[in-house]
Structure formats: C-alpha cells, structure tokens
Design a protein around this ligand. Sequence first.
Ligand code: ADP
Ligand code: MG
Length: 705
Amino acid sequence: MSEELATGDAFLAESLRYVKGVGPKRADVLEGAGISTVRDLLQYYPRRYLDRSTVTRIADISDATGSVSIVAEVLVAGSAPGRGRQKRFEMVVSDGSGRIKCVWFRGAAWIGKLFKKGDRVALHGKPQLFRGSWNLTHPDFDRLDEGGPSLDTGRIMALYPGSAPFERIGLNSRSFRKIIWGLFKEHGLRLRDPFPESIRSRFNLMDGRVALRAVHFPKSQEELHAARRRLIFEELFFIQLMLARLRSVRIQRKGLVFGPRGGLSARFERDVLPFMLTGDQSAAIRDIVADTQSGQPMNRLLQGDVGSGKTVVAVAAMLHAADHGYQSVFMAPTEILAEQHYRNLISFMEPLGLQVRLLVGAQRKANRREILAELANGQVAVAVGTHALIEDPVQLAKLGLVVVDEQHRFGVMQRAKLLKKGDAVHTLLMTATPIPRSLAMTVYGDLDVTVIREKPAGRKPVKTLLRSEKGRTEVYEQVRRELAAGRQCYVVYPLVEESEKLDLKDAESGFAQLREIYSEFRVDVVHGRMSGAEKDQIMERFKAREIDVLVSTTVIEVGVDVANASVMLIEHAERFGLSQLHQLRGRVGRGSDQAFCILMADYKRSHEGQERLEAMVRTEDGFEISEIDLKMRGAGDFFGTRQSGLPDLRIADVTRDQAILTEARAAASELIASDVALQAPEHLALGLYYQRFYREGRGALARIG
Ligand code: ADP
Ligand code: MG
C-alpha cells in the first residue's frame, strides 16, 4: 500500500499541470521555483496578510514608524536618469491621505515594467526621510489587480512571495489565491492529519485540515494565528524528530578509541609551535581528546570567529590521531585555502617526521596516482585537499579523523560522502560563522559544540571606516602610507552572479586604475575566472610579499592568512552581505600592526544596506554580527539556502518561533524515547509523514550525522 493511499491524500502528489488555472506553461515556471506538486503548492505559504488592521495610512507615517504596509494607487511611474546599472525606477503613490515616493536602484528594468499609472499596489518597507519627504527604498510590493477583493469587505487577504519569472507569466497573489481556492473546492478537505488526537490536544494544535485552509484563507486574525502555530509546530516537529533519531543512532555507534595524548602532541607544543595556545584553544583540544576516548565517534563542531586560531586546534587533533597510528583528512572549500593549509601543515608536521600530501582537482594524473598510492599504503599521516578528497578512488589505510574547515561552505552531500569513508571515524567540523543558540538547536541538534571566543594575544582591533566617493582621494593616500611602511593591501570588488561579465569589468578596470595610482608598487589581480593554479600562484606571490596591492573579487573571502596585510579596502561595500563583510575584514589584523577595513559605499543604498554598514563600523564581534545578520535576513537566508544544510523551512522561523520550537522538541524526544511508539496504530499517519519528510531530504544536514 502506497503511503499516499494510506493517508488518503493521493492527489497531493499530483503534478500541477492539470490543476485548474495552472496549465503546462505555468506548471513549468512553478516547477522551476520548486513547486511541482499539489502538496508543494499548498505549502507555498503566504508571505504576508493584509487587512484593515495591518495597513498604515501614508499620512500616519512618522519618525516612530517602523516597517509598514500601505495600500495605494500609482500616480506617476518612470525610470529616472542614470547610466547603465545606475539607472533607477521611481514611482509616486497615493492612498488619499498622502503621497510617498518609491525608489528602486537595482532591478529597475523589470520592476519598471510592472507598474503604470492607476495601478493599485500594496507596498511594504521602512519609510526613510529624504530631503524632507518620505521615501520607500526597494520596498516589497504586491500588485493588487482590479477585481481582487477589497480590504473594505473586512477580509484578510493572503499575499504570496513573487518573483520576476512569476510576474512575466502573470502569476501574482491573486492567481495563487484563485488556484489554491480551486484546489480546496475540488478536493474538499480530504487531508489526513498526521498528529493523533493525543498530541493535538496536549499541545493545543488546530486540526491540520483546518489549518491548511485557514493559512491561505483566514476568517479572522485569531484563526490565522492558530493555523500558523499549528503548521510551524508541524514543520519543526519533524526536524526535531529526525535529529532526536540521529542522535540516538549515533550514541549507539562504536567509535575508534584513541589513548591519551602522546609524544607527537607533546613535541608539537614544546618544539614546533611558535606561540602559546590560548586558553580556549587548549580547552578545545581537551574536548577533542575526550571525545576520541569516549568509545563513540566524535561529531564536534568547532566555532570560532575569523582569526581565532582554529587551524592549530585541528593540527593538534590530527597529531593526536597520528600518535595512535591513525591518518587524518583535512578538507577545505577552495584550492587556495587547501594550499595554504598544506604549507602550514608541512611546517608543523614535517619537523615531527610526519608526511603531508595535497590533493586537489587541478593536479596532474601521474602525480595524483602517486599520492593516492601513498595514502593507501599508510605512509602519509595527513591528506589536505578540496572535495577532490572525497572522490571515490581515494582510499586511506587507516583513517581515524576527518576535519572539515569552513564547513558551512560545503554542500551537504559532499560532507555526507566524506563521512561515509568510515563509520567509526571521528569528525571535527570547523566554522567561523557563529551560530546563535536558537539556530544551533535546529541545525546542529545532533552535534556537540565547542566555541573559541578568545583571540590570540597582542591583536589590535581592526579600525573600520565608512567612506563614500568624495573621500576616495584621501582613502588612496591612506593606503599609500601603509604600503610605504611596507605593508600590503587587499582591494575587493563584489561579484554579482547575474552579471559576471560586468563584475569582472569592475575588478579589472579597478585594477588598471590602481596600477596607475600606485605605479611605484606592485599591483596584481585575482578573480574567480582564473584557474586554480593561476589563483594559487598569485596568492603565493602575495604571501611572499611580491605583490603589494591585491585586487580581487571575493575569492579571498575565506580563510586566507597573510599577517603583513594591514588594509582591506572593499568597493561597493553596500552590496555585500554582513557576514561576508565580516569575513573579509577578518583577513586583516592578523599581525601586531594596526589594521584598517575601509568600506567604500554608494549613498544610494537600501535601508538594510545602511544597517549592515553601520553594524560593521560599530562592532567587530562575530557573534554580535551574526545575531544582527540573522535578525535582518531571517533564518532561511542566514547561510544561503540548501548549501548551508539548514533545513528548508517553509513557514517556521527559528528565531521568531523559539517557544514553539521548544514544544516541538519536547514532543519529538518523548516520541523517540521508544521506537515502538512510531509504529503504534495511532501514529501510522505520523510515521508515514516522517518517512516522506526524510526522503525529501529536508533535513539533509542531519542525515550525515
Ligand atoms: P581561523 O580561526 O580564522 O582559521 P587561523 O587558524 O588561520 O584562524 O589563525 C589565524 C592566525 O593566528 C594564524 O596566523 C595563526 O598562526 C595565528 N595564531 C593562532 N593561534 C595563535 C596563538 N595562540 N597565538 C598567536 N597567534 C596565533
Ligand atoms: Mg581558518
């Protein structure tokens, strides 16, 4: 019996193609956005709701106003002058009580096509005062077509997330409401609730069928609230169920048991290490050593801000493995980083008589074959590399430890593959992205976490300066002074995926200009289109001080360590994400000299852009930065999407919904306490839902545990 039959929900798996109001063309576009089946569409939850109580009158906007929704009519719309990418789209709208101007600097071309005089529109954003009048910069918007329900009827109107492809084929909130309403009419509410009555009443959950209807077509704010709570609970519950399960499997698994720390470890700290470990570094090593003696496989996440010295901790862990005759694998997200680690590891490990090898994609075949043989016969203690390390032919004689650097940069599947290399093997994941507790509970619920907060002694805080075009000459002079004093400088340009060509032009014309300005210094460029070998060569020359100014796109973002670099100059800083800016800043301030991070930013920036820049100037604390970032972007975007391993949440927001998360967690661990419970007849539907959830890979990260 198929699962769908068992739950009586067969139509949920049907393609949207035959659904009324969809058709083949729309079905294709929807599928491109990940909405393929009836179920996907029903779970395409509204992003916002409008009713009289949630709409602000333009006349009521004041300094105290935060984000607002307004409903208004377009009075004037048009492109404002400007060159190429500078072109912007503006429109003035009125709601009868007053007027407000809306401005878009990016995407002006497609947004401009959407609006004309007389259109009714809902706009959402935080008004800013500009030259004495209120503006909305890059507001979210929903077009409210003629014939749509009027707010005056007292209805609550669901608004769905839109996109350029949707708009192009006329899919807007109104179409979604119509199509989904049709589904409810045709199929009635023959949905089966996965939660048995016992769980529903205990956690005060609305009936699942009612909740799904109410989230799209709420009859009142109270009903909407209860519906959302129920659906959020459900989503978080299944993730927690999976994490609880993985944890229970993991603690039953047997891990390799290493003995106490041995001679290599002692000699490393005594003879090789050029500095004293910080207290936090020592504590992290103690955690790792304890894990490797516990009898269970280590599954530890090492969190530490950029520059906190995670690499040395990893080295200590690998030496500990070597002390007990085990090999280690050290995986980095880029070739540049793998090369850098390789050189570091050689300097730390060869004096101790250990062999280190580098394995990256760009190597010659013969070379690679030789290295593979050396790994397989066990003579090599540590293999450093990129994802080339997890390709199938790589076999190690006695693998004991896997270290993944900058783990958030790896695809979930890549990590999973690596971990398959040995069941009892210990894993150490490292990340410079501090994760707020709330999120850690969801994403890393089955990992142990160690945090390094302390930075190595003698570091001066980086001075962060915000400058505009007007200050450019002065900025160049400041850079010149640093260069004249023998220091090096990074100049970074943003990389925007849609227009790789343009960006390259930015970096390249910047490069040409800087070469003239700093003609007495050596200026070079590195960018994403170069081959791995080319990039490595340039990075190597920068490290060897053969290059003074390194112009780049963001390829230098993670991990690169050049202590003599004292200036990080970021062009178009308003276009970078907050954690990216923080990562970039972390590239300087690694020596004992005063370092500078200079943010060059256009005045035409969105409200969020401004907040990001201000946060950068205000604080250098990675945890604070990540809290702000999380708050600004919401958990869904926090790490980027699927790449991050963050479960793909459709309605829950782990920062906002912490209370529900705690309840869902309690419910899940109670249920998992005995596996039998899931097979009980009253839990049949729940078990089937769980299986589907798991199959869909929505908890892919957890699956690697
Ligand atoms: P991250 O945590 O960002 O990966 P790294 O491991 O690259 O940081 O370390 C940053 C720099 O700090 C390196 O140059 C490293 O040699 C140095 N470092 C690490 N630990 C210490 C310490 N205890 N004292 C002094 N310098 C240290
Ligand atoms: Mg690092």
